[in-house]
Design a protein around this ligand. Sequence first.
Ligand SMILES: NC(=O)c1ccc[n+]([C@@H]2O[C@H](COP(=O)([O-])OP(=O)(O)OC[C@H]3O[C@@H](n4cnc5c(N)ncnc54)[C@H](OP(=O)(O)O)[C@@H]3O)[C@@H](O)[C@H]2O)c1
Length: 347
Amino acid sequence: MANQKLKWGILGAARVNERLLPSIIEAPNSQLVAIASRRAGASKATFEKYAPRSADSVNCYDDMDSLINDKNIEAVYCPMANEEHAEWALKAIAADKHVLIEKPMALTVKDIEAIESAAKKANVKVMEGFMYRFHPQHKRVQEIVESGLIGEVLSARASYSFLMKQARMYRINRSMAQGGGAMWDIGPYAIHSLRWCFGQKGKPMEPKSVIAHAKLNEHGADIVTSGVLDFGKDAKGRARFGHFDISFERSRKSEYEIIGTKGWIKCHAAWVFQNDVPVISWATEDGKYAEERFAPSNHFTLEIEHFSDCVLNNKQPLLTFADARANCKAIEVVLQSVATNRMIACD
Ligand SMILES: NC(=O)c1ccc[n+]([C@@H]2O[C@H](COP(=O)([O-])OP(=O)(O)OC[C@H]3O[C@@H](n4cnc5c(N)ncnc54)[C@H](OP(=O)(O)O)[C@@H]3O)[C@@H](O)[C@H]2O)c1
């Protein structure tokens, strides 16, 4: 299937298409064939805005069902509002489409299980769209941690924030339980990063308990949330805590840091923008310090290429259902902790 291209459709004229839509066009094993929106004219406007120089002819639908039922489409990208992901992923799977679902895959573990079971039955691939994992900087961080350079990992910190603009306030006009707020928006990155900071042998570690605190707006959406994930003690009885801190009130930040018994390592920007030079830095107790810079690469395009390759060549996607379930479970526990103001066990 060397020269084959996977035919993609996009469900929704969402803002994130600014990065994702050009990536489907750029990925050598992918072809964008349609985009749909429920707002008349929005799909055409989105395509023209984000792919002004594209020579491809793309169907621009003013309803979602036409795209779901388009027999020419093999894979669907779902960047709809968080609370709509499960419903539309299930519809796409029922139409035998492979689905890349923006993070969070769904708002409950139960919904993820329903998506998993439907995908197995229909024999289609589904992946949660954590684009950041496809940037080579994270693999390098893992390599360094696994080399033992910073010793045993005992602490990690993840901090994600951006300033929510007035025009985008419709995204936080509903409660956390309905998918609104920072925890469902940038929280998935913070929890995912921390689970992988403590990861071993290619698998993330799962927290044993969580305590979190939030500032909510008048709709019950969190604007700032901060908390601690307790990953339990290591073999020598030392504490392993992961600290997260997310906000819609602060300047853009997307960093995580891992602190071990012999040193630390930091990823300065997990959301790599077009002109950013990705850099990681590390230091050790014995005085070594380094900054490692990476050649430009677009993690959205790498994500699309990966998913298309998995479908075309029947490979297992890098991000699994088990990972999506565990991330969702941890977020569910964070929300319980915020609601009750108590530490909550994860089992
Ligand atoms: N991977 C990333 O870097 C990244 C970045 C941002 C967001 N995300 C994720 O991607 C998904 C979409 O996020 P987003 O920020 O791009 O969402 P968004 O622009 O708010 O769009 C979400 C949905 O809302 C509708 N919509 C768009 N603009 C609207 C408007 N002005 N008024 C009313 N409805 C509107 C669209 O559906 P219709 O076209 O059918 O109306 C769209 O599918 C979320 O799940 C989010 O968590 C990922």
